[in-house]
Structures are given as structure tokens and as C-alpha cells.
Design a protein around this ligand. Structure first.
Ligand SMILES: Nc1nc2c(ncn2[C@@H]2O[C@H](COP(=O)(O)OP(=O)(O)OP(=O)(O)O)[C@@H](O)[C@H]2O)c(=O)[nH]1
Ligand SMILES: [Mg+2]
Length: 233
């Protein structure tokens, strides 16, 4: 198997829907899930690149593994449940610290899942979503008020950039990186993953270019002409 060119990791509390989001995207279905043990990954080919997408366990007992999975990540999807404010707090309290092992220029997406449970608007048929639909900041009228507001996710995104000492002007805007999704209906799921792939690919290419700049071509290095000691050239 070819080594993946880039890595994306899903983090977040148990039950927020990480496994369901990944299965919705990769297998186009919403099967019953069991709570994840450890971690597992899918490989996705995007253009000519292989991207691994890691699903991790949200259960406290597997917490220690989180930073292992984040090692070398190009992007991290911090997932919460829009109906459970605690799951958003946990991202900052428990999961952000695990991302120290990710790449220095790692991207962060904040994803509020299970929006189908609150939204009155058409969140069915995720395959048909419009480009800006459901992005944080768009107006979604809800039957049952959402427990976590999109602005809270935006605030967390900005906090993370500060915490990571990343320049806001050089990173994707919060509106581009905060999503509300439904793994159940597929709402915004393609948009989430494919936005990240499109952002990760240039990073992979940049990294490759830097690596090839640092590579010394031994064949092109001329060996200095040997001169015999004491002999005038
Ligand atoms: N209504 C609704 N239910 C969802 C959605 N996503 C996941 N669920 C349900 O929420 C429960 C937990 O989903 P999982 O995908 O297993 O959650 P997880 O984040 O992977 O949990 P851990 O593996 O324990 O960390 C399951 O019963 C899912 O069917 C969604 O978008 N809408
Ligand atoms: Mg899971």
C-alpha cells in the first residue's frame, strides 16, 4: 500500500457522530455504529493524492491515544453535537491539547453534527447541498432551539488560532472552517471533507517542493579534481 500523502483526524467527545460522519462520506450510508475502540482509518484518493482520514475514540479511557493519532496531521476535524454544549467545551478542555503533535501549519475545522435533530429547514439530501448552505453564519430557522450556536463554534475557531499562535490572516476564515452537519441525512458532509481535501492538497505539494529543494543530487556533485601533493596544477 502506498504511504498516505496527507492525514486528516476526527476528534471529539463520544457519541457526537465522528464514525457516522466518516461512514456517511466514505460509504454513503448511515449505519448503526458502536462506540469506537482505539482508532481506524479510511484512505481517500483525491486527485492524485492519497489522504488518510482517521476516526478516533471519544471515550475518556482512550484519551491517551489521541495525540498519537494526531501525529503529522495536516487537518483536524473537531466535532461536537449541536444539542450538547458540553461536547463543544470538551473540544477546548480535553481535545485541543492532543493536537500538539500535528503539523505546525495544521488546519482546524469545527463541526457541529446532528443538526437534523434541531433544524426545521431542509437538511435532507446532503448530496444536493448548495455551496454556502448550512455554513455557519447562514440563517437557519430552527424548530427546537439549537443548544450550541454557530457563533460559539466561530469563537472557538478564533481561540484555537490564538492558542496555536497562527496568524488569522494567513489561515482560512472561520466561516469557511465551521460547519453544521448531519451524518444522518448527509447534510454538508461532502462539503466538509472536500473543503478540507482542497485545502490539504496545496499543503502536500508545498511540503513536497520543500523536500525536493533540500535533496542533494549526488550524481550532479562533481568530485574535486585530485592533485598529487607537491605537484603544480
Ligand atoms: N440524529 C442523528 N444521529 C446521529 C448523527 N450522527 C450520529 N448519530 C447517532 O449518534 C450515535 C453516536 O454516533 P457515532 O458516530 O458512533 O459517534 P462517535 O463520535 O463515533 O462516538 P465514539 O466512537 O464513542 O467516540 C449513534 O447512535 C448515531 O446513529 C446525526 O447526524 N444525526
Ligand atoms: Mg466512533
Amino acid at each position: 500500500m502506498r504511504r498516505p500523502d496527507g492525514k486528516i483526524v476526527l476528534l471529539g467527545d463520544m457519541n457526537v457522530g465522528k464514525t457516522s460522519l466518516l461512514q456517511r462520506y466514505m460509504e454513503r450510508r448511515f449505519p448503526d455504529t458502536v462506540s469506537t475502540v482505539g482508532g481506524a482509518f479510511y484512505l481517500k484518493q483525491w486527485r492524485s493524492f492519497n489522504i488518510s482520514i482517521w476516526d478516533t475514540a471519544g471515550r475518556e479511557q482512550f484519551h491517551g491515544l489521541g495525540s498519537l493519532y494526531c501525529r503529522g496531521a495536516a487537518a483536524i476535524i473537531l466535532t461536537y453535537d449541536v444539542n450538547h454544549p458540553q461536547s463543544l467545551f470538551e473540544l477546548e478542555d480535553r481535545f485541543l491539547g492532543l493536537t500538539e503533535t500535528a503539523n505546525n501549519d495544521c488546519l482546524f475545522a469545527i463541526v457541529g453534527n446532528k443538526v437534523d435533530l434541531t433544524s426545521e429547514r431542509d437538511t435532507e439530501g446532503g448530496e444536493k447541498e448548495g455551496p454556502a448552505s448550512g455554513k455557519v453564519g447562514s440563517c437557519v430557522s430552527t424548530k427546537v432551539p439549537k443548544q450550541v450556536q454557530p457563533e460559539d463554534a466561530v469563537a472557538l475557531y478564533k481561540k484555537i488560532l490564538k492558542y496555536k499562535m497562527l496568524d488569522e490572516r494567513e489561515m482560512p476564515a472561520a466561516e469557511q472552517m465551521c460547519f453544521e452537519t448531519s451524518a444522518k441525512t448527509g447534510y454538508n458532509v461532502d462539503l466538509l471533507f472536500e473543503t478540507l481535501f482542497d485545502l490539504v492538497v496545496p499543503m502536500i505539494m508545498r511540503q513536497r517542493a520543500e523536500e525536493s529543494d533540500q535533496t542533494v543530487d549526488i550524481a550532479s556533485c562533481k568530485t574535486p579534481k585530485q592533485t598529487r601533493p607537491g605537484c603544480c596544477a
